[in-house]
Design a binder for this molecule. Structure first.
Ligand code: ZN
Length: 60
């Protein structure tokens, strides 16, 4: 069984730059949409903490 790595394209709500985000895989369980909804990522451009689910523009 092959594990597919999920990547998301996020857009920062403050500076509107886009960046890829790869959720850290929880040990022993697959990453689900519910996991992502709780995640927060800091923008690599302006350091703004954004809600991952609200900032997703594309799943890659
Ligand atoms: Zn930003």
């Amino acid at each position: 069984m092959t594990v597919r790595m999920k990547m998301f394209l996020l857009e920062c709500p403050r500076c509107h730059n886009r960046m890829k985000y790869q959720p850290a895989k929880a040990s022993g369980s697959a990453t689900t949409a519910a996991d992502v909804s709780k995640k927060v990522k800091k923008c690599v451009y302006c350091n703004f903490s954004m809600n991952v689910q609200k900032s997703v523009v594309q799943k890659v």
